[in-house]
Design a protein. Sequence first.
Length: 137
Amino acid sequence: AATAWRTNLGERGVVAVLISRSAYGDGAPLCSTCDNRKVTPAMPLKKPEVTTQTTEEVRVELPWNVVVWDDPVTLMKVVEAIFKKVFGYPAEKCTHLMLTVHHEGRAVVWSGNREKAQEYCVKLQVAGLLSTIEQAA
C-alpha cells in the first residue's frame, strides 16, 4: 500500500496526517489518525432542508342567534306555521319553540353565521313576528 504524508491546516496550526492507500484495491485513502479506518472522499454538502413554520391564528367566531319575542297579537298556530315555513322544522319542534316563546317571552329559534341569521330574522319580521339577532355568549 502506498503511503504519503499530507499536511492539513487545523484550527491549532499545522497537523501532519499519514495517509495510506486502501489494501482493498479501491484507491480510497486510509487515515493513520483514525486507526486506519477507511476515509471516504469529501462529498458535496447537501443544502439543509429549510422548513418554514407558520403560525396561523385560528379565531372562532361565536354563532349568531335568531330570537323570536312574544307578542300578545299573533296566534300560537300562526307562529307554528311561520316556523315551519321559514325553517322547515317538523311540527313537534315548531310547537316546542312556540310554547317557549309563549311561556318565557322569547326563544332562540336558530343559531349560525351572521348573514344567515339576518336573513332568517328579516323573513320572520316580514311574516309578522317580533325577531332580533344576537351573538351567542
